[in-house]
Write a protein that binds this ligand. Structure first.
Ligand code: NAD
Length: 404
């Protein structure tokens, strides 16, 4: 079939297998160019199919020759519906890993559930002796059902305490407008913390500990965001920020247990704001990111997920001076270039100027839009979108499991 993008709000409901494959190959190529490094050998990535989680899996696999198990929640193609981008990404990732003799298996399902945790533990016990030495936690989801109580929580992206009014952009129409977001109530804060806080991360780590599948010196890393004052009301001081504070507290709590038992560590890495399916959903943030891209590209310091995660592993987690990227709160800061004074001062200047009329000159809205399409495998250079493609692509290890 010929596959075209169908954008609905901040999501594209179709994905292109060849474009997703090209994106994955490009990331692998970047990592292979950096040369082989020494570090983790058995890596579990929870949220491994898109964005920061996919980049983590690629760095672990192709930069460190680690065996990887990836957990994600993606959709296979069915009838006229294409698969989701994360499905195609994972199919391409596994095929390439297999071709290069690298172990890679995937589990598709709700990572918040007890069943998927158990399935993952069973696979680790079956295939990996010696245990897991790195667990990356990179889930981004609008809802979560607590597996022990059955309660379902829905996250919201709202300020806390008072309504917030600021500029925002419609990425598809280039219209800059004012948006006013009502402040969240206590219930909404609680829901968001339950979805995006550290509760599920702790459940995963406790389940892995109880099953005795963690290695000595194990590390676990979850991803967070801080951003500039400009987005504080809707991000860091908003409902999602509360969830991130909970995630950061969870790292401290987990470290106590991991240290005692494995001489291990739980860390939070504060990453750069980037175009991903998760960030596209946050009001105000896409306008900020398109200004950030224009400023960082002009200064020659722009990075995507893969460059960020390579730096996290190589200059942070597995560097000789691995503490050099830590801030006073013990968080790894790979958002250091985003937060540079010269970058932020320029963004504030442009933020005040930006309107619908000058958006193209002042920001990198074109770059933002292209990356948005690329998340779904469209607008990728070198891919011919006129050709007839088979939307039904298998993820090798998942196909194998279904044949057993
Ligand atoms: P993303 O949307 O690209 O990836 C989310 C991943 O979670 C996918 O692999 C998806 O399949 C998986 N997932 C979602 N729900 C699931 C479920 N129920 N079960 C199993 N898998 C599920 O998101 P991202 O932007 O890469 O975000 C990952 C983390 O990085 C988040 O914690 C986010 O807050 C953080 N972060 C993002 C940015 C940014 O600008 N994008 C910046 C800093 C930190």
């Amino acid at each position: 079939m010929i596959i075209e993008p169908k954008v609905r709000g901040f999501i594209c409901t179709t994905s292109h297998p060849l474009g997703c494959q090209a994106n994955v190959l490009q990331q692998i190529n970047y990592v292979e160019k950096q040369g082989l490094a020494t570090g983790p050998k058995k890596v579990l990535v929870i949220g491994a199919s898109t964005g920061y989680g996919l980049a983590s899996r690629i760095v672990a696999s192709f930069g460190y020759r680690a065996e990887t198990i990836g957990v994600f929640f993606e959709r296979a193609a069915a009838g006229k519906r294409t698969a989701s981008a994360g499905w195609y990404n994972s199919a391409a990732f596994e095929s390439e890993a297999n071709a290069k003799g690298l172990y890679a298996k995937s589990i598709n399902g709700d990572a918040f559930s007890n069943e998927i945790k158990q399935q993952t533990i069973d696979l680790i016990k079956q295939d990996w002796s010696g245990g897991v030495d790195l667990v990356i936690y990179s889930l981004a989801s609008p809802r979560r059902t607590n597996p022990n109580t059955g309660e379902t929580f829905n996250s919201v992206l709202k300020p806390i305490g008072q309504a917030f009014k600021n500029k925002t952009v419609n990425v598809m129409t280039n219209e800059v407008s004012e948006i006013e977001i009502e402040s969240a109530n206590e219930d909404e804060i609680n829901h968001t913390v339950n979805v995006m806080g550290g509760d599920d991360w702790a459940l995963w780590m406790n389940a892995l500990m109880e099953a005795n599948v963690l290695a000595q010196n194990v590390r676990t890393v979850a991803y967070s965001y801080v951003g500039p004052e400009l987005t504080y009301p809707v991000y860091r001081n908003g409902t999602i920020g509360r969830a991130k504070e909970h995630l950061e507290q969870t790292a401290h709590d987990l470290t106590k247990t991991l240290q005692a038992r494995y001489d291990g560590k739980a860390l939070v890495s504060v990453n750069k704001g980037l175009v991903t399916q998760a960030s596209a959903a946050i009001p105000v943030v896409p306008l900020y990111i398109s200004l950030l891209y224009s400023v960082m590209k002009a200064k020659g310091i722009h990075e995507g997920c893969i460059e960020q995660i390579w730096r996290l592993f190589n200059n942070g987690l597995y560097a000789a001076n691995s503490d050099s990227l830590l801030d006073a709160k013990g968080r790894v800061r790979i958002d250091d270039w985003e937060m540079r004074d010269d970058v932020q001062e320029e963004i504030v200047k442009r933020w005040q100027q930006v309107t619908t009329n000058n958006l193209e000159q002042v920001s990198d809205i074109a770059g933002y839009r292209q990356e948005f399409y690329q998340l779904f495998g469209f607008d990728v250079p070198g891919v011919s979108y006129q050709q007839d493609v088979d939307a039904d692509v298998a993820i090798p290890s998942i196909e194998e499991q279904s044949l057993v």
